[in-house]
Design a binder for this molecule. Structure first.
Ligand SMILES: NC(=O)c1ccc[n+]([C@@H]2O[C@H](COP(=O)([O-])OP(=O)(O)OC[C@H]3O[C@@H](n4cnc5c(N)ncnc54)[C@H](OP(=O)(O)O)[C@@H]3O)[C@@H](O)[C@H]2O)c1
Length: 329
């Protein structure tokens, strides 16, 4: 079932409200298969990032679909992100070009600054961090205005249709807005039933910034990622087994995941659940044949936990929380 709801960006571009996330795919074959299944099922919005190291296989599948005539480039909404080692005015254009080369595309629909903290860069190594005393070295305080100016140049050059931010706070977005010639079109941030981000969403709405929810299911497998990064596992909030969500799911003959995703659509936020499991890829997009009513929404609103329910705090990157621009204090 195709995604029937879209958000309109300030440029007039339509972003399908349900896209597929691609963090933590294990092999090129796995991500290629998942994207093929997703496109067959009607997904037209794909979220990736330079750091996910899967732009190449994703680009390969997209280009196969385009060259075979099954899809046109303009049917797709592709987002990728400036890595943390690119959060410096001298490196924005270089990383934008690297992503386009990986994706084998002339442009992306949306280019986001992945995180408001920059790191020193070296060409070699999978994450390109400069490591000292066992920890990656950060750049000094982020120059938001200078970096945003370079992001705007990517739109001018036709490499990105729209530009935006990810994991920024209200005050950091306000700083960007002050000097922006092209306003951020989008904020990608963690939003789910347990972390509803009402103030941030209200601020974005007032400023014409669309919002995409990352980690929309509160990633039940996040500890596998932490383990891979050498970090300790943490207690994860379990939306998919929440009895309130379960009761609403039963009422609509849907699954808890479908209710959690539909909740985001009802509050005007797009969602990019990640899955490489065909059944779940289908489950996650099958949310356009039901609606949550006022009673459901009232019950779901009450499930807000706030900050303790945050999954993606980036603390797996050692020392990141000591940077003045770390947004999740
Ligand atoms: N901008 C950022 O900083 C940022 C941060 C985090 C994430 N993101 C983006 O947001 C996307 C989504 O976030 P996420 O991947 O962290 O978390 P998520 O989408 O909340 O959860 C993904 C996990 O849930 C499982 N899953 C998916 N659908 C399911 C279902 N219907 N029932 C049960 N389990 C299900 C998946 O397993 P299987 O794959 O094994 O099916 C996967 O392990 C990412 O992939 C990435 O594109 C961006």
């Amino acid at each position: 079932m195709a995604s029937k709801i879209s958000l309109t960006l300030p440029s007039g571009q339509k972003m399908p409200a349900l896209g597929i996330g691609t963090l933590e795919t294990n092999s090129e074959e796995e991500v290629e298969a998942a994207i093929n299944v997703a496109l067959e099922l009607g997904y037209r919005h794909i979220d990736t990032a330079f750091v996910y190291q899967n732009e190449k296989p994703i680009g390969k599948v997209i280009n196969q679909w385009i060259s075979s005539g099954k899809l046109k480039r303009e049917d797709l909404f592709i987002t990728t992100k400036l890595p943390l080692v690119g959060v410096h005015p001298d490196r924005v254009e270089m990383f934008m070009k690297k992503s386009l080369e990986n994706l084998q595309l002339d442009y992306v629909d949306l280019y986001l600054i992945h995180f408001p903290v920059g790191f020193k860069y070296q060409e070699d190594g999978p994450h390109m961090f400069v490591i000292e005393n066992g920890a990656p070295v950060t750049e000094p305080k982020t120059d938001h205005a200078a970096i945003w100016k370079k992001m705007e140049e990517q739109v001018d050059a036709g490499r990105a249709k729209s530009i935006g931010l990810s994991n920024y706070t209200v005050s950091q977005i306000a700083t960007v807005l002050k000097s922006a010639r092209i306003k951020p079109a989008n904020l990608q941030v963690e939003v789910h039933v347990y972390l509803q981000q009402r103030k941030l969403l209200e601020f974005c709405k007032k400023n014409g910034i669309t919002v995409v929810a990352h980690t929309p299911l509160a990633n039940p497998n996040f500890n596998k990622f932490l383990e891979k990064m050498g970090s300790k596992p943490k207690k994860l909030p379990d939306i998919l087994n929440d009895p309130v969500v379960g009761k609403i799911a039963q009422k609509h003959k849907k699954t808890a995941a479908q209710v959690a995703l539909r909740f985001l659509l009802e509050i005007g936020v797009a969602a990019i659940p990640k899955s490489v499991t065909p059944k779940r890829i289908e489950e996650n997009i099958s949310i356009f044949d039901f609606k949550l009513d006022c009673k459901d929404m009232k019950a779901l609103n009450k499930l807000e936990v706030g900050e303790p329910a945050r999954i993606a705090d980036f603390k797996a990157i050692r020392g990141i929380e000591n940077h003045p621009d770390y947004p999740m204090k």
